[in-house]
Write a protein that binds this ligand. Structure first.
Ligand SMILES: [Ca+2]
Length: 502
C-alpha cells in the first residue's frame, strides 16, 4: 500500500515536472537581420509588443551575417538542437525544399486554416499565391511576405520636357520613338546644347523592359508562360529578333545612351540637384535611382505602352517574397508559433512591424492617411532601429496597398501612386516555382554560359558590332540551342506543370 502510493507520487512528480518544463521552456526564434539595420532583437520593442498582442514570446537568436546564417541553416538536422521557428529566415527555394525533405521544416498547410486564419483567408482569396508557396506535392514549408507594391523596374519620363515641347505622353512604340527624337533634337532642357540623352539604361537587363511595347515580356531566363500554361522561350524567337533590330535603330539614331552597355548606373546618375537635367527617360524602382530628389518631381511614370491595344508590363518580383518564416519539427507549440506570425498578416500587425504604435510612433487620420510623429531623423535612427522590425531582411506578413498609398509624404506619395498604377498592369512572365534538386543543378550547369553568350551577342546586335542578318541570327539561335536552351525550356515547363498544372 505504502509502496504503491510512493510510485504514484513519483509518477505525478515526473509528469508535473515535464509539463512545467514544456510551459516554461521558451520557444526559440532564430533568423537573420544584418548589422547595418542596427537591429538588436533583444532590445527591439517589436518583440515585446508582439508578445503582448499574441501572448507568445520567444528566446531570440539573431544572426547578423548572411554567410553564418546560411551555414547554420545547412547544419540543421532532425535530432540536432533546432530552434522552434525561423523568422526573417531568408530561405531560398532550394533551402526550403531541402530542409523540408530532411524533416527539419514541417508542412504548415494542415494548420493554417485553424491557427493562421488571417493568412489563410488571404491565400484562399488568391489561389496563385497559395500555389506559389506550395512545394510540388502541396506542402507549405515556408511563409511569405505579401505586398502588391513590391518594387519594380519602372520607366520614368521627363514630363517637363514633354510640356516644354508641346508633346503628349507616348502610348505606343512609334509614339515613344517620336518623343525620343524630339528629346534628342529640340533642346528640351533649354541650354542651347545638344546634351540630351533621350533614354538612359543599364545593360540589356533594363532594355528588356521595353519588350512590353511589342506586347510580350520574358523573365531573366528568357521564358514566359502563356494563358494555356505553355512555357515559351524568347531568346531564339522572331519577336526577339524584331525587338533587337528595333533597339539597333534607336542606337543608330543615338536615342539610347551610348554608355548604357559600358558604364554602371552609379556613374551616370545625376547627383547634383543644381545640374541641368539631361535624361529623358530613366529606369528604376523610383526616379531617385538616377536623379537627385529635387529633380524627380519633373519625372512621371511612363505608363506601359500599348501594342495592338494590349498593355502588358513585367512584374519583377511579383507580389510574394517567399521563405520568410518557417516552423521546425522541434517546435514545442505549433499553434502558438502560427498565432504569433498570423498577426503579421493583419493590417494592425503590418503597422506594428513597420510603423510601431498609433499615438506613439505614428498617427493616423480618419481618411486612413498616416504619418510619423517624430522627425525623419529620429525615425531613421531610432524608430526603424529599436521599435520596428521591417527594415533589413524580409519579414513575413502582409502589406495592404493602403498602407503604402496612405503614407503622407510629399516625395513618396506620387511615386507610390505611380507604382500602384504600374502594379495594376504588371504581372510575372513566369511564376515563382520550386525546382527539384536535379532541375536546379541542371539550370546551374547550363544557364551561366548560355546567358553570358546570349547577353553579349544581343548587346552586339544592338550596337551593330555584330550586324544582325539572317546568317548571324541563325548562328545565334543555333548556339543558344546547342548550349541547352531546349533542355532548360523543358525544366521550366515541368516545374510549372508540377506546381501550377491543374
Ligand atoms: Ca540641351
Amino acid at each position: 500500500m505504502k509502496k504503491g502510493f510512493a510510485l504514484i507520487a513519483v509518477f505525478l512528480m515526473v509528469t508535473l515536472s515535464l509539463s512545467a518544463f514544456a510551459s516554461e521552456g521558451q520557444m526559440v526564434l532564430a533568423g537573420l537581420d544584418v548589422q547595418d539595420t542596427g537591429h538588436d532583437w533583444k532590445n527591439n520593442l517589436f518583440f515585446d509588443r508582439m508578445a503582448e498582442v499574441t501572448g507568445v514570446s520567444f528566446e531570440l537568436n539573431q544572426f547578423t551575417d548572411n554567410e553564418t546564417w546560411k551555414k547554420e541553416k545547412q547544419g540543421y538536422q532532425v535530432g540536432s538542437s533546432l530552434p522552434d521557428v525561423l523568422f526573417k529566415a531568408q530561405l531560398s527555394p532550394q533551402e526550403t525544399l531541402e530542409l523540408y525533405e530532411k524533416g527539419v521544416l514541417i508542412d504548415l498547410r494542415p494548420y493554417l486554416a485553424e491557427h493562421a486564419p488571417n493568412l489563410w483567408a488571404l491565400l484562399e482569396s488568391h489561389p496563385d499565391w497559395l500555389r506559389a508557396i506550395s512545394l510540388p506535392g502541396g506542402a507549405i514549408a515556408a511563409l511569405p511576405q505579401i505586398d502588391s507594391l513590391m518594387s519594380n523596374n519602372a520607366m520614368w519620363i521627363n514630363a517637363k520636357w514633354l510640356r516644354a515641347l508641346g508633346l503628349t505622353m507616348p502610348t505606343t512604340a512609334e509614339e515613344l520613338v517620336s518623343v525620343l527624337r524630339a528629346f534628342k533634337s529640340q533642346d528640351p532642357n533649354m541650354n542651347g546644347r545638344s546634351d540630351e540623352v533621350p533614354l538612359t539604361f543599364t545593360g540589356l537587363w533594363d532594355l528588356r523592359f521595353l519588350q512590353h511595347a511589342f506586347g510580350w515580356m520574358a523573365n531573366d531566363y528568357g521564358v514566359a508562360v502563356d494563358e494555356q500554361g505553355r512555357v515559351r522561350e524568347y531568346l531564339t524567337a522572331d519577336e526577339n529578333r524584331a525587338f533587337l533590330e528595333w533597339l539597333h535603330t534607336l542606337w543608330e539614331e543615338k536615342l539610347i545612351d551610348k554608355d548604357g552597355f559600358s558604364t554602371p548606373s552609379s556613374t551616370r546618375a545625376i547627383t547634383d540637384s543644381k545640374a541641368t537635367p539631361t535624361y529623358g527617360i530613366v529606369f528604376g524602382p523610383t526616379p531617385m535611382a538616377m536623379l537627385p530628389t529635387e529633380m524627380t518631381t519633373d519625372y512621371e511614370l511612363l505608363v506601359p505602352l500599348q501594342a495592338e491595344g494590349k498593355q502588358v508590363y513585367r512584374s519583377l518580383l511579383g507580389e510574394l517574397r517567399r521563405g520568410t518564416f518557417a516552423v521546425t519539427s522541434a517546435c514545442r507549440d505549433i499553434p502558438a508559433a502560427l498565432r504569433w506570425v498570423d498577426y503579421l498578416y493583419t493590417e494592425e500587425g503590418c503597422y506594428l512591424a513597420r510603423s510601431g504604435l498609433q499615438g506613439k510612433e505614428y498617427e493616423r487620420l480618419s481618411d486612413g492617411t498616416w504619418y510619423w510623429l517624430d522627425s525623419e531623423d529620429i525615425v531613421a535612427n531610432t524608430v526603424l532601429r529599436d521599435i520596428t522590425i521591417s527594415e533589413g531582411t524580409t519579414i513575413p506578413g502582409y502589406t495592404p496597398e493602403s498602407f503604402s498609398l496612405h503614407y503622407d509624404n510629399e516625395t513618396a506619395a506620387p511615386v507610390v501612386a505611380a507604382i500602384s498604377r504600374l502594379a495594376a498592369i504588371a504581372s510575372e512572365p513566369y511564376p515563382q516555382v520550386y525546382l527539384t534538386r536535379e532541375q536546379q543543378e541542371k539550370v546551374d550547369t547550363l544557364w551561366p554560359a548560355l546567358t553570358a553568350y546570349a547577353e553579349n551577342t544581343m548587346a552586339c546586335f544592338v550596337t551593330g558590332d555584330i550586324p544582325l542578318t539572317d546568317a548571324s541570327w541563325t548562328d545565334f539561335t543555333g548556339k543558344v540551342k546547342a548550349m541547352g536552351m531546349d533542355e532548360l525550356l523543358q525544366i521550366w515547363q515541368a516545374a510549372y506543370d508540377a506546381q501550377y498544372g491543374s
